[in-house]
Design a protein around this ligand. Structure first.
Ligand code: NDP
Ligand code: HSE
Length: 439
């Protein structure tokens, strides 16, 4: 029997995600009330244009452009508008009036998360954000709750579906980056500004959120190292396939052990990397997402599913809504985060990784030794070398292609090797440099 008063829900946004939240909230009203112990009453939906065409399931009479009045009358506010402003102002307004807030807005959280969490803490309100990273995949709650007693050491994920689709099509259909991007655009996978996806900004926002949660440390977005997929070539894809790898855009959050100076910290980074075909992340195809978590006691865990889509994202939003509503009914604390560890976010130079470097070199005595010396001068150990002699071009000196795989070394040493190779007269050109992860 439901004895608690109806809870008033304000929805900010009725786009891809908001329209599905509204539909599911209204369609499943009775079931949700039974689960929560209170009716969830959708009191209004704030949009920019009340006359715009909406999908079925969004009642026109609930639409308003007056978000502020809507927020003031709500117990729980769901923000699925996106962008920094006015989303930030509305969320602060909601929290300051004591409402719990649910948001799917990774950009806002990665940019103003500290301010929003502080505001929530001050008034004892809660901020839920399961949908902000990898949409339907439950990853925030496992990090906030299930793994709260463990020590997470590393997270490696594919958290951007559109770039995974593009790389997958390059790998499996042999498409060029441009053709694969055109397909992804056609399918509506890319953001309105595609650079958010292909330059790695979207993944950087998500890894900043994951790293903050996993390491109880504030990870500002501008401390996340970021490289997108725009420099990945068809030739690199082919070479990866021939050598038992696949190229994935990885989002990595990692604890970094103390160096000689005793400085330890965390790293958050996004870059394309070679992943061995037998690694679980290599099997993530199309626009799917997956997050691989390594924790001290739990060991390796993999979370897999849809990382985008209106209805999929709405599922995560509604999960948060049920949690928030139950907290209202039962009282007591909700989910809380802490940044007590306060570890420094270290630059890319400090991380340990491996490089695969492909060089076009002169095919003559002493060249291999010269190249090997450059690696050893920077303290980088070579693991594999493969040489293929290029067909002779009449009138030109003979050349060979060398593919060098390194052992693990600091990114600073590895990039110093690349710079020395570029300056060496033994090397005609460097044709590919790519990191290797997951070995
Ligand atoms: P859409 O652009 O489809 O929808 C945005 C909605 O917000 C629209 O209804 C729009 O109104 C409304 N809106 C925007 N600005 C204002 C404003 N100033 N005042 C009032 N209403 C406003 O976005 P999505 O639904 O795709 O995304 C929403 C959020 O969810 C974003 O933060 C996004 O990053 C996140 N997200 C989205 C995923 C997806 O697959 N789409 C996946 C995971 C997260 P109107 O319709 O009148 O223009
Ligand atoms: N642009 C994002 C992606 C949408 O491709 O994964 C989900 O955040």
């Amino acid at each position: 029997m439901i004895e608690y008063r109806p809870l008033r829900i304000a929805l900010l946004g009725a786009g891809s995600v908001g329209a599905q939240v509204a539909r599911l909230l209204l369609e499943n009203r009775e079931e949700l009330a039974a689960r929560v112990g209170a009716e969830l009453e959708l009191i209004g939906i704030a949009v920019r244009d009340v006359n715009a065409k909406r999908p079925e399931g969004v009642p026109a009479e609930l639409l308003t452009t007056d978000a502020e009045t809507l927020i003031l009358g709500a117990d729980i506010v769901i923000e699925v508008m996106g962008g920094l402003e006015p989303a930030r102002t509305y969320i602060l307004q909601a929290l300051n009036s004591g409402s719990d807030v649910i948001t799917a807005n990774k950009y806002l959280l990665a940019t103003h998360g500290t301010e929003l969490f502080d505001a929530a803490e001050q008034v004892g309100a809660q901020l839920y954000f399961e949908a902000a990273v990898a949409a339907a995949i439950p990853i925030i709650r496992p990090l906030r709750e299930s793994l709260a007693g463990d020590k997470v050491n590393r997270i490696m994920g594919i958290v951007n579906g559109s770039t995974n689709y593009i790389l997958d099509r390059m790998d499996t259909a042999g498409l060029s980056l441009e053709d694969a991007m055109a397909e992804a655009t056609e399918l509506g996978y890319l953001e309105a500004d595609p650079s958010l996806d292909v330059e790695g900004y979207d993944a950087a926002q998500k890894v900043a959120i994951l790293a903050s949660l996993a390491f109880h440390t504030e990870v500002p977005l501008d401390h996340v190292y970021r490289e997108g997929i725009t420099k990945v070539t068809k030739e690199q894809m082919t070479s990866a396939r021939e050598n038992g790898y696949v190229i994935k855009l990885l989002a990595i959050a990692e604890r970094i052990a103390a160096d000689e100076a005793g400085e330890q910290g965390v790293s958050a980074r996004v870059y394309p990397a070679l992943v061995p075909r037998e690694h679980p992340l290599a099997a993530v195809r199309g626009a799917f997402n997956a997050v691989f978590v390594e924790a001290e006691a739990a060991g390796s865990l993999m979370f897999y599913g849809s990382g985008a889509g209106g209805v999929q994202t709405a599922s995560a939003v509604l999960g948060d809504l049920v949690s928030a509503a139950k907290r209202h009914v039962a009282g007591g604390p909700g989910l809380a985060d802490s940044v007590h560890a306060n570890l420094p976010v270290l630059p890319i130079d400090r991380i340990y990784t491996r490089y695969q470097i492909t060089i076009k070199a002169k095919d003559q005595p002493g060249v291999l030794a010269q190249i090997a010396t450059l690696f050893s001068q920077h303290g980088v150990s070579v693991e594999t070398v493969e040489q293929a002699v290029n067909p002779r071009v009449p009138g030109e000196a003979p050349t060979a292609n060398l593919m060098v795989g390194t052992h693990e070394a600091t990114d600073a040493s590895l990039s110093a090797v690349v710079n020395s190779l570029a300056a060496s007269d033994a090397v005609e050109s460097i044709t590919s440099v790519i990191r290797v992860e997951g070995l």
